[in-house]
Design a protein. Structure first.
Length: 376
């Protein structure tokens, strides 16, 4: 089997004026075509324009080959070999950053193709499936500025059936530590002790000293982790926050490859790596990060805030992971979140989501959604 084409499709849905994050309303779809008539799909949580420029630029050269030129004619049923080829031949503009994002999409689509060709799930291809349901949590963004708005948003998230919520900060929390502490305590008081809570600061605190201001409240209220407390470049700051009774996590805000995650876990002393499969380097690199983390005695919990394509990708990884971990479950009010594929992944009464059992990622692309929201 040979790769015959790589499509980069930009999708945009109308964005509500009161939404501050457009990632759920913009998507970058990858379709990897083969001469066997099998097409693999993936998505990338990155700029569609930049992804297209890397995959299929208007101009390329021997020094800066497009990813499409690197993979055309190659066998997609060996995703790891394909990953190595892309990584090696894009070294002048790659190694980290956006080029790895683009490699991620092609890699995930290749795993999808291999599963379809062999009639196996992506989970079974990556390892021995350990579970067919994965516990889920919802990220509670856009909490508002009043106690009542915070309570309403938490209730909306719990209506999905999850038994865990991740409280996400607004940017101004970084300058208003007392307010952040108030909301974190309010969330625990409102949901009770039976709901697990996490906190994602989105790097809003600009120093370790500021981030440490919320740690006592997190400990007192039993938060499972403190995510992205400060900007990712400040690894020494991460190390200063670590070891104080609350697990420290990070990585989804820009880190790629096992090499950057190793620095975060070793120098930054983080407890949990949170790579996004569509940015870290795909499923091939997720497996590498997982093994590296396991060797260091750390955990890995995937990031995921796009459509059911990434959700299924993460479910496939988590199904074969050595330990039971958490699935991030976006409830963004966007058709690109819910209508990209025909399959649905509801949260069950047990607070868990079923792992897809079809070949590859187990998905069927919704061509009508692609047609309606396609920009290019």
């Amino acid at each position: 089997m040979k790769i015959t084409d790589v499509e980069v499709v930009e999708l945009r849905a109308p964005m509500p004026k009161d939404d501050w994050y457009d990632g759920a309303f913009v998507n970058c779809l990858i379709r990897l075509h083969t001469d066997a008539g099998i097409t693999g799909i993936a998505e990338i949580d990155s700029s569609p324009a930049i992804m297209k420029a890397i995959v299929d630029p208007a101009r390329a050269s021997l020094a800066w080959p497009s990813l499409k030129s690197i993979v055309l004619g190659q066998d997609p049923t060996d995703p790891v070999a394909l990953w190595d080829r892309m990584y090696a031949q894009s070294h002048y503009y790659g190694r980290r950053g956006a080029a790895i994002h683009a490699i991620s999409g092609i890699d995930i689509a290749a795993w999808d193709i291999r599963g379809k060709a062999e009639g196996k799930t992506a989970a079974a291809l990556m390892g021995m499936p350990q579970r067919d349901r994965v516990r889920a949590y919802v990220t509670t963004s856009r909490l508002g500025e009043t106690d009542d708005s915070v309570r309403r948003r938490l209730d909306t998230c719990l209506e999905t059936g999850v038994r865990a919520l991740k409280v996400a900060s607004d940017p101004h929390w970084g300058q208003e530590v007392d307010y952040a502490c108030h909301v974190l305590a309010l969330a625990r008081a409102h949901v009770g002790k039976e709901i697990d809570l996490m906190f994602d600061a989105f790097g809003c605190f600009k120093s370790a000293e500021a981030a440490l201001g919320v740690v006592p409240v997190l400990k007192e209220n039993g938060y499972l982790w403190f995510e992205a407390p400060i900007p990712m470049d400040d690894l020494d700051g991460f190390a200063e926050i670590a070891g104080r009774g609350v697990a420290i996590t990070g990585g989804d805000m820009g880190l790629t490859t096992r090499f950057e995650y190793e620095a975060m876990l070793v120098r930054g002393r983080a407890d949990i790596a949170q790579p996004d499969a569509t940015m870290v380097g795909g499923l091939s690199e997720m497996l590498q990060v997982a093994e590296m983390a396991r060797g260091l005695g750390r955990r890995i919990i995937p990031h995921g805030y796009k459509s059911d394509i990434l959700l299924a990708t993460n479910l496939s990884f988590l199904a074969q992971h050595w330990d039971e971990e958490w699935l991030e479950y976006s409830i963004a009010d966007s058709p690109l979140r819910w209508d990209m594929v025909h399959e649905t992944f509801p949260v069950g009464p047990d607070g868990k989501v079923a792992v897809p059992q079809g070949p590859g990622l187990g998905l069927t692309l919704n061509d009508e959604t692609v047609r309606r929201y396609r920009e290019n």
